[in-house]
Write a protein that binds this ligand. Structure first.
Ligand SMILES: *Cc1c(COP(=O)(O)O)cnc(C)c1O
Length: 459
């Protein structure tokens, strides 16, 4: 019996010659292609040997091979469809950049460019010059400098201004973000002594005042991006902190984290402190991420008083933390949208998704529901709770909508996640749900097709 099955296994050479394999071979190098075919045949051989495969058609094995070769032809870092309902999903790459920004990246990096060349003067220029004025225009700051990410921005500023000195931080703000950014650890790395003041839930202006000594280099405020203290609480406002800083001639800095540049409350979403407000409060330096609620590429931005930014630009550490040309190429078009808020809200994907009206999200869920039922997929449109993510708006969910697919939720989740393209959904109350909040327009049909294939096989 087994002998017959073994005989039915095709040879690698035979499979290579099949016309349908020609198409597959186009996307992959020859070595990986033949190895993929071999792996497919081996899997069947093992299955027969172990008794798991007792009958098969040639088409079954070709299907297996197609799957393996397709997987091998993909890059390890690749696009996935985000059906989790979390817009700024740190594990899924945070913000997607706009088409315009993406196109600019391609244009800039597939040719030579003026990254560090001043075309007017015909001599050396600075990479930071390309966006500094724009950042100042948008945020109201005097000057700006960029780093590889916000963690680097905080570290650089601490290293420049509080190395061998003390930085005063409220106990309620000693946060850990995303498992790898821990305020006390960053301080240690920067050679800064952390002075904690106040209590977990309440910190007063007098606590900061009492903590100031001649070693105090900085009063640091950190936006508690990913958690919230509720109940009997008290924090010191930026204005108060600025006043204390001025009285004592100590620099003030705020790590905002998210880098919000539009007032969300105008659009019916919970307010997050904006960079403009922080700068307007008179604080000396503000740091934030580029790929959270700003909706741009991964980077860190430091804005504030020119005399301090100038010092940061001369710090040797900046050389180690500098942003790439790709980052700057993606940032400039993104920031330009902010010159007209209506454009920012319409064109920056992260903002568009966060601020999309619930009726529209609901309509999209209904459309997905129809695409699915048209293909015979048993499912139900439903209201869900999405989150903004990216260490912002802790504890806040926003009204969202999705489609729950009937069937074993664990198996469904796995099949969607491992298919091509990979679709990451979520399980709630034993149901597998595709939340449409972060599904892009051009992904809707693809999701429906995948759902039809997956549920068709499970029947
Ligand atoms: C996210 C965040 C960081 C880290 O920013 P990265 O850009 O991920 O390095 C630091 N501080 C705060 C308050 C944050 O929210």
């Amino acid at each position: 019996m087994k002998k017959e099955l073994f005989k039915k296994l095709p040879k690698v050479d035979e499979v290579i010659k099949l016309p349908e394999m020609k198409e597959l071979a186009k996307n992959i190098d020859y070595f990986s292609f033949t190895e993929g075919i071999r792996e497919g045949i081996d899997r069947y051989r093992r299955g027969i040997l172990e008794g798991n495969i007792t009958t098969f058609e040639k088409e079954d094995i070709l299907e297996e091979i197609r799957g393996i070769v397709t997987k091998r032809s993909q890059f390890n870092l690749k696009n996935v469809i985000n059906a989790t309902g979390t817009v700024v999903h740190t594990n899924l790459g945070r913000s997607l950049i706009s088409e315009k920004a993406a196109k600019n990246v391609v244009d800039v990096i597939t040719s030579y460019n003026n990254l560090e060349y001043n075309l007017e003067k015909g001599g050396r220029g600075s990479r930071y010059d390309h966006v500094e004025e724009l950042i100042c225009q948008v945020t109201g700051a005097e000057a700006a400098v960029l780093t590889n990410n916000n963690a680097a921005a905080v570290m650089l500023a601490l290293n420049e201004f509080a190395n061998n000195g003390e930085a005063v931080v409220s106990r309620g703000e000693l946060v850990e973000i995303g498992g790898s950014f821990r305020v006390p650890d960053i301080m240690e790395l920067s050679g800064t002594k952390l002075v904690e003041v106040g209590t977990t839930n309440r910190t007063h202006a007098r606590d900061y005042r009492k903590a100031i000594t001649e070693d105090t280099s900085m009063l640091l405020k950190i936006h508690t991006s990913n958690y919230k203290i509720i109940g009997f609480t008290k924090t010191v406002t930026n204005e108060e902190l600025v006043e204390i800083g001025r009285e004592n001639n100590v620099l003030t800095m705020e790590d905002l984290g998210s880098g919000v540049l539009v007032d969300f409350s105008k659009y019916g979403v919970k307010k997050e402190p904006t960079v403009q407000e922080s700068i307007a409060s008179g604080i000396d330096l503000v740091t934030f991420s580029g790929d959270k609620l700003l909706g741009g590429p991964q980077l860190g931005v430091i804005v504030g008083k020119k005399k301090y930014i100038d010092r940061l630009k001369k710090n040797q550490l900046l050389r180690a933390l500098r942003v790439s040309k790709m980052t700057i190429a993606a940032l400039e078009p993104t920031l330009r949208y902010y010159l007209d808020e209506r454009e920012a809200v319409a064109e920056i994907p992260t903002l568009r998704m966060i601020l999309e009206a619930p009726e529209k999200v609901e309509a999209r869920a209904e459309r997905l529901h129809k695409l699915l039922t048209d293909r015979g997929v048993a499912c139900e449109a439903m209201e869900t709770e999405a989150t903004i993510g990216g260490g912002s708006m802790p504890g806040e969910t926003v009204e969202s909508y999705g489609v729950a697919i009937e069937g074993n939720s664990v198996e469904l989740e796995k099949a969607f996640r491992l298919g091509t393209p990979n679709i990451v959904g979520m399980i709630r109350n034993d149901r597998f749900i595709l939340d449409v909040k972060a599904i892009q327009e051009n992904e809707m049909e693809v999701v429906a097709e995948r759902a039809a294939e997956i549920t068709g096989k499970m029947k």
